[in-house]
Design a binder for this molecule. Structure first.
Ligand code: NAP
Length: 258
């Protein structure tokens, strides 16, 4: 399917690896000029080289997207994108009793206030152009809270509520806001979690990864490319009537009839 994205521009936050990189790759393959961000400038440039090898126009904006400086750098490189993919690292796990106010504020800043700030910065130019696609990478924990991730559960549901309301206000301008909810995807983050589990249980990394996959109906991790493809479709010309949705990509792990 031709997605109608050639010559569009995208700002993909936190995209030197993992799901953000997968979204940038899928968009680049569709002829989108992408700006990617990440804190480690070397890793970011390496990712950009791989995207350029696909024939894409690629710009980089090194920096921490959860800071004003990082956001300013991203927006200076790509001030009026047609497509915004909001992403940042997830908060640490733990017992809610152990988190300080600073921990809560950091999670709210990274996974709620940062995406809102980015949307605020680009929304009016999208409205003026009568085209905009905003995708927030959130988490399956929005639908099915994960007890060990109270910071994530809380911040991401806040963003879900915000997006749900705003998306209905801007849909008439052909600007859509949707959320993609990853279940377990094979990224560095999942490997780190499995590595910690392997050490705790005295098993190999492969065994820990297999144990985490086996409970999923698909009996495997999602591949980042599958996530990127869903993201590219949500950004397509054809997806203008998909508004304010929360799309779960979890291999069927969330068990419900509808
Ligand atoms: P990942 O493999 O750890 O990749 C994270 C990417 O984001 C890297 O490029 C990293 O580069 C960049 N990054 C992290 N924090 C950043 C920041 N503050 N500013 C700029 N760039 C930043 O993570 P992932 O698995 O792709 O996950 C992406 C998001 O989805 C996270 O919020 C995660 O919690 C959520 N999620 C993931 C899964 C999963 O199964 N993978 C499941 C549910 C939710 P630098 O380190 O160089 O900055």
């Amino acid at each position: 399917m031709e997605l109608g994205l050639k010559h569009r521009t995208a700002l993909v936050c936190a995209a030197s690896a993992g799901l953000g990189y997968a979204c940038a790759t899928a968009l680049a393959r569709e002829g989108v000029a992408v700006t990617i961000t990440g804190r480690d400038a070397v890793r970011l440039e390496d990712a950009a080289s791989r995207l350029r090898a696909l024939g894409a126009e690629v710009h980089t904006a090194p920096g921490d997207i959860t800071t004003e400086t990082g956001r300013a750098a991203a927006l200076a490189m790509c001030p009026a994108p047609d497509i915004l993919i909001n992403n940042a690292g997830g908060p640490p796990p733990g017992d809610f009793r152990d988190f300080s106010e600073a921990d809560w504020l950091a999670a709210l800043n990274a996974n709620l206030l940062t995406p809102i700030a980015m949307i605020r910065a680009v929304l009016d130019s999208m409205i003026a152009k009568k085209f905009g696609r905003i995708v927030n990478i959130t988490s399956a924990s929005v639908k099915s809270p994960i007890a060990a991730l109270p910071l994530s559960n809380t911040a991401r549901t806040g963003l879900t509520g915000f997006s749900g309301g705003l998306s209905r206000e801007v849909a008439r301008h052909n600007v859509t806001i949707n959320n993609l909810l990853p279940g377990p995807f094979a990224t560095d983050r999942q490997t780190q979690i499995a590595q910690a589990e392997a050490q705790r249980s005295g098993i190999t990394l492969d065994a820990a990864l297999a144990a985490r996959a086996v409970g999923n109906p698909a009996q495997r991790y999602g591949q980042p490319e599958e996530f990127g493809a869903a993201c590219a479709f949500l950004c397509s010309a054809q997806a203008g009537y998909i508004v304010g949705q929360n799309i779960l990509l979890d291999g069927g792990a969330f068990n419900s009839t509808m």
